[in-house]
Design a protein around this ligand. Structure first.
Ligand code: OXD
Ligand code: MN
Length: 601
């Protein structure tokens, strides 16, 4: 249980950036009348305000100051141990009918859920401060950009939202005074951080999100999964664009030819690492730059897909991040970063499993307990996170603020699969690619509560994030394809295939550049491939494996398809489609039949 934070009384000029849009003011006053806060703090996103809130957070032990020589302007936050990941079982899509939410979402009738939430929120901010956060998702001059407001009683949320979004005056300006302008209403209250009273609810028709009972990132930074993906995907379908769980990266050849690629991998499958990939020495002169590491919003222009990253920062998984796995992430989180649930060393530095160098002989673990290398518990929670501004990334793409977005040459799907799925293959066309996305699967990770390591289907990595009926979502993908005269090529990758002895077959990380290079070659029409029942497969000599210490047998194994494994896989695709209760478009059912038929040719 956390104690309610005492009210704060900001000095003049802080916390008084009242919006002028009457619709926003009316809504805030309605929520304030319900939650009865001690005072209202109107955030402007300024540096001065940020410093004030950090000082308050340090006083109230919401943040712990880190060693300012080692990690300047960085802080540690420990969440309640019962509140460390997204909670899919507490996440609801509240649409007038159950059908609209579809078979993959928890559904509740909106008026019932509103009544329940209003009950929980009644008086919930007594003795606390209600913060109003205006924010913008997307570059300031993009037609895709959305404005949201988040009401919260958590300073941690305000501090993180300032990193993750374009927050403050810029959003108020973008919204203007039109009482009918589109904007997202987000309400968050910690309540008493009780898993029994934890609900993350979306009302797509009302462009509204209400989250109670949690203080953990993905549940409470309402800009991210809630607006940019769940509500975003609903808006995208009605408005004819796409909101996807995708990283976006740029690849430039030594000759200066540049492509952009978007990739959807489920949570904690290395999206941030791939988005920040550093090409190995063999790829001299090649540059990889990051547009985004988690979310891509895409629109059609001139028959092509163009993507923007709606976010302004990274909320990445910490454990495993090192100079070996992701030097750009290490540089990004070396300063101006909020860490959540990592370990604290005796010299006030941060530590986590997988960090470079030896483990400290003593630390304080993510729960606040003494820890030594002999301890059975992990020092950092497996889903511990960093929140860091994208500006910290030394390889940030120069077009990250381009409102029109960057043109996407290839879309990559991928998951964590120990078997069956080869390192890389290419779909025959857009609809086949949609099938690859719709049937992708991954072994579960610590990003969500529940069993770890179980294969679960996660279409387009959107299973927990699609804000409407998944069948309509598949149809939306098919419909978008019809409007594209130059669609991106679609690929599937699997960095995680294991050999018979359980060892990873592929080195991963920077070496994934070799796969990316083949993908770019295919986009340019130069890469070789063999036709297989599941798609175009590179043969070992189609991949540039020069200077890579890898056994040729391993390469053959990782590129191979085993007919028995695929018979099982295709049967599982059918089970999955059937489990969705008849919502899957016929084109996708046909695609499955075609793959099965190709195996018989
Ligand atoms: C994330 C997730 O936090 O996908 O990005 O869980
Ligand atoms: Mn994600």
């Amino acid at each position: 249980m956390t104690n309610p934070a005492p009210a704060i009384f900001p000095p003049s000029g802080i916390g008084d950036a009242t919006p002028t849009n009457q619709a926003v003011l009316d809504w805030v006053h309605d929520i304030a009348a319900l939650t009865e806060p001690e005072n209202i703090f109107w955030c402007d996103g300024s540096e001065r305000e940020n410093e004030f809130l950090i000082a308050e957070s340090l006083n109230q032990n919401v943040l712990i100051k880190l060693n300012q020589q080692k990690v300047p302007r960085s802080y540690l936050h420990r969440s309640n141990p019962n509140d460390v990941a997204r909670v899919e079982q507490c996440t609801f899509v509240c649409t007038p009918t159950k059908e609209e939410a579809g078979p993959t979402n928890n559904w509740s009738e909106p008026s019932e859920m509103y009544a329940k939430l209003r009950g929980l929120l009644k008086g919930a901010m007594r003795g606390r401060t209600l913060f109003v956060i205006p924010y913008m998702m997307g570059p300031s001059d993009s037609p895709l950009t959305k404005v949201g407001f988040e009401i919260t009683d958590s300073k941690y949320v305000v501090l993180n939202m300032r990193i993750m979004t374009r927050m403050g005056e810029i959003a108020l300006k973008r919204l203007g005074n039109d009482p009918n302008a589109e904007w997202n209403r987000g309400v968050h209250s910690l309540l008493d951080i009780n898993p029994e009273r934890r609900f993350i609810c979306h009302f797509p028709q009302d462009n509204t999100i209400i989250s109670v009972g949690s203080g953990y990132g993905g549940n409470v930074l309402l800009s991210k999964k809630c607006l940019a993906l769940r509500i975003g995907s609903y808006l995208a379908r009605t408005q004819g664009w796409m909101a996807e769980h995708m990283l976006i990266l740029g690849v430039e050849s030594p000759e200066g030819r540049k492509h952009y690629v978007a990739a959807a991998f489920p949570s904690a499958c290395g999206k941030t690492n791939f988005a920040m990939l550093i090409p190995p020495a063999h790829f001299k002169g090649w540059k990889v730059t990051t547009v985004g590491d988690d979310i891509g919003w895409m629109q059609i222009r001139d028959g092509r897909l163009y993507a923007v990253n709606p976010e302004n920062g990274y909320f990445g998984v910490v454990p495993g991040t090192s100079y070996k796995s992701n030097p750009n992430a290490m540089k990004s989180i070396a300063h101006d970063t909020i860490y959540t649930n990592v370990a604290l060393t005796d010299d006030d530095d941060v530590w986590w499993e997988g960090k470079d160098g030896p483990a400290p002989s003593h630390a304080v673990d993510w729960r606040g307990n003494d820890w030594t290398p002999e301890s059975k518990e992990k020092a950092a929670h497996p889903n511990s996170r960093f929140t860091t501004p994208m500006r910290n990334n030394p390889k940030l793409d120069s077009d990250v603020e381009k409102g029109d977005g960057v043109p996407i040459s290839a879309i990559i799907f991928g998951g964590r699969r120990s078997d069956t799925v080869p390192l890389v293959y290419q779909a025959f066309d857009w609809n086949h690619g949609v099938y690859l996305g719709a049937t992708m699967a991954s072994e579960t990770t610590a990003a969500a509560t529940g069993a770890v390591g179980k294969v679960r289907r996660d279409p387009m990595a959107m299973l927990p994030f699609c804000g409407y009926n998944i069948g309509q979502y598949f149809q939306h993908w098919l419909d978008i394809g019809k409007r594209l005269s130059s669609p991106p090529l679609i690929f599937n990758v699997n960095w995680f295939r294991k050999g018979v002895k359980g060892q990873f077959l592929w080195p991963g990380f920077g070496e994934n550049m070799r796969v990316l290079k083949w993908i770019i070659d295919r986009c340019e029409g130069t890469g070789g491939a063999l036709k297989s029942p599941i798609g175009w497969l590179p043969s070992p000599h189609d991949l540039d494996l020069a200077e890579l210490d890898i056994d040729h047998k391993c390469v053959a194994e990782i590129l191979g398809i085993d007919h028995e494994e695929w018979a099982k896989e295709l049967a599982e695709h059918k089970i999955f489609f059937d489990s969705l209760g008849g919502v899957v478009p016929k084109q996708l059912l046909d695609q499955r039949e075609r793959v099965a038929a190709r195996f018989k040719e």
